[in-house]
Ligand binder design. Structure first.
Ligand SMILES: [Zn+2]
Length: 96
């Protein structure tokens, strides 16, 4: 797992579920030369304990879920290779 150096958070307006824009938490993740490696199997930026796992089956590309059952936060990978981000789904936790 990668360390959290360079991780920061902020809020932005996003329309994640087609229900309209809402204020969500966005985590800036440390950049990696491979975008998907920057947003997959990395330390959860919310609980800092779990690992953010690939969870696109049944969801959309970029869907990720933290595997810490005390957290279980759902995220959507956004941003770019230079500035990868994980956007928090406000009401979606659990599943594990
Ligand atoms: Zn977590």
């Amino acid at each position: 797992m990668k360390n959290l150096k360079g991780t920061s958070m902020r809020t932005e307006m996003h329309n994640l579920d087609g229900q309209g824009e809402q204020e969500v938490t966005v985590y800036d993740m440390p950049a990696n030369s491979d975008y998907w490696l920057a947003v997959t199997d990395v330390v959860c930026p919310k609980c800092k304990k779990g690992k953010v796992l690939w969870a696109e089956a049944g969801h959309v590309p970029g869907y990720r879920i933290c595997n810490n059952n005390q957290c279980g936060q759902h995220f959507l990978a956004k941003g770019s290779t230079q500035h990868p981000t994980l956007v928090e789904f406000p009401d979606r936790v659990g599943f594990w």
